[in-house]
Ligand binder design. Structure first.
Ligand SMILES: *Cc1c(COP(=O)(O)O)cnc(C)c1O
Length: 428
């Protein structure tokens, strides 16, 4: 697989380099030079296969011979170890539930495949994953890399500023996963991580890697669940399929567009956001003018400068699809609450991110179309808000309950780079 840097197309790398490097020159995103196209008959054949086998074929076609088929097949098998069911929410509208993995959010798909990919292409030398988190990403990274040989993971988070349940989910693993509760806020954690990456000597000696969300391996993994959704629908229902994606950094939408480029028959996509509405304002005739990020109920989408957006535009340009085919709207917290209640009345228990996608889908869906919205997190992950809005009590899913019983293994650290540096160098 060959990829180029969208900002500097002359910079070209293979899959292994793109996975190891993450970003290109000037923070440019890597993008595949060629996306193969399956024929209609090949698509039908793929849709008839089970998830793992089908995903092996899709990722094999995308990545090519650079990774031996046997290795890739094992990677996919290990990464995709949980289902992605399609559930009917009402007549003509379906939910794709992406939260049945170990950390109850769709980031498990990309995170787990990235961990496998990095382990496969790492080459010699030590690897240390260093990440700052305000909750979700840290959990997905910790679980994805847990137990992988010769990869150390260090996760920084703001002490006392994430929910106790979130903390239990990724700070109770031990083994190769180390967690540091920093005496500071999330920005302080991010600043420490940045300082570490700017420290050339440190970076080289411990093989620093950020495992962040712009890594191409994550997006490729996410392509597979769009096929899984289509496979679970009746053939007539996937003829006019409209998919609504709750969007923050727009990685999920990018993956859907790659699935469509591969030939998966999706009629069109909808990009649904919360009040952080840079994209809907832009697509609905405005300028590209990010404003200050605001906190919302769907906080994993509180992003005003979506870093995957250049990949979305690149796909539209290369496929000569008009950008006007991409519908987009923003949903306020008040509307999100109303939507959660009306969905619950219809018999579907959702959480704020999925509700945002459902709301815009419902507004936009035309007669004769089938709607699919992505449910990116388990309702219990947003327990406090969901319980408050719906006036119900949510039991903890088993995975969460188990972690909640274990002791926290985090160390507390002052917000001081020299302490972090010493700590990182001291890991053996
Ligand atoms: C990360 C996240 C999103 C946003 O996905 P992007 O790929 O960044 O657009 C939506 N919902 C949940 C629950 C998330 O964790």
């Amino acid at each position: 697989m060959n990829l180029y840097n969208i900002k500097h197309p002359e910079e070209q790398v293979n899959f292994a380099q793109a996975v190891r490097q993450g970003l290109g020159k000037d923070q440019g995103l890597f993008f595949p030079q060629n996306i193969p196209q399956f024929s209609a008959a090949e698509i039908e054949h793929l849709l008839a296969l089970p998830l793992v086998e089908r995903s092996q074929k899709i990722l094999g076609a995308l990545i090519g011979t650079e990774i031996p088929a046997e290795t890739l097949n094992t990677m996919v098998e290990k990464a995709f170890s949980f289902p992605a069911p399609v559930v009917k929410a009402e007549a003509g509208i379906y939910a794709l539930e992406l939260f049945h993995g170990p950390t109850l959010a769709f980031k498990d798909f990309g995170g787990r495949f990235m961990a496998q990919a990095l382990a496969a292409v790492r080459g010699k030398g030590k690897i240390t994953i260093l990440t700052a988190t305000s909750g979700d990403t840290g959990a997905a990274v910790a679980h994805a890399f847990y137990g992988l040989e010769n990869i150390d993971v260090v996760i920084l988070y703001p002490q006392g500023k994430i929910s106790p349940l979130q903390e239990k989910l990724f700070c109770t693993l031990g083994g190769n996963i180390r967690t540091l509760a920093i005496k500071g806020d999330f920005d302080a954690c991010q600043a420490l991580v940045k300082q570490a990456f700017d420290d050339e000597e440190l970076r080289r000696s411990i093989g620093l890697n950020s495992a962040n969300s712009i890594n191409i391996s994550r997006l490729l993994a996410q392509v597979c669940y769009y096929f899984e959704a289509a496979a679970q629908l009746e053939k007539t229902e996937r003829e006019n399929l409209v998919v609504s994606v709750p969007s923050g950094n727009f990685g999920n939408l990018t993956a859907g567009l790659i699935a469509k480029s591969l030939g998966l028959p999706i009629k069109r996509f909808i990009a649904a956001t919360n009040a952080n509405d840079t994209v809907p304002r832009y697509l609905n005739g405005g300028e590209w003018s990010p404003q200050a990020t605001v906190a919302t109920l769907s906080n994993a989408m509180d992003v005003s400068r979506p870093n995957n957006w250049p990949r979305v535009e690149e796909l539209f340009k290369r496929n000569r699809w008009p950008l006007s085919d991409l519908h987009s709207a923003a949903v306020s917290d008040e509307q999100t609450e109303q939507t959660l209640r009306s969905m619950y009345a219809l018999g579907y228990l959702c959480e704020p991110h999925g509700a945002v996608a459902y709301r815009v889908l419902k507004q936009d869906l035309q007669a004769g179309e089938t709607g699919l919205f992505l449910c990116t997190a388990h309702p219990a992950k947003f327990k406090e808000s969901v319980e408050g809005i719906l006036n119900i009590e949510l039991p903890l899913p088993q995975a969460l309950a188990e972690h909640a019983r274990r002791p926290l293994l985090s160390e507390v650290m002052e917000n001081d780079f020299s302490l972090l540096r010493g700590y990182l160098l001291g890991i053996d």
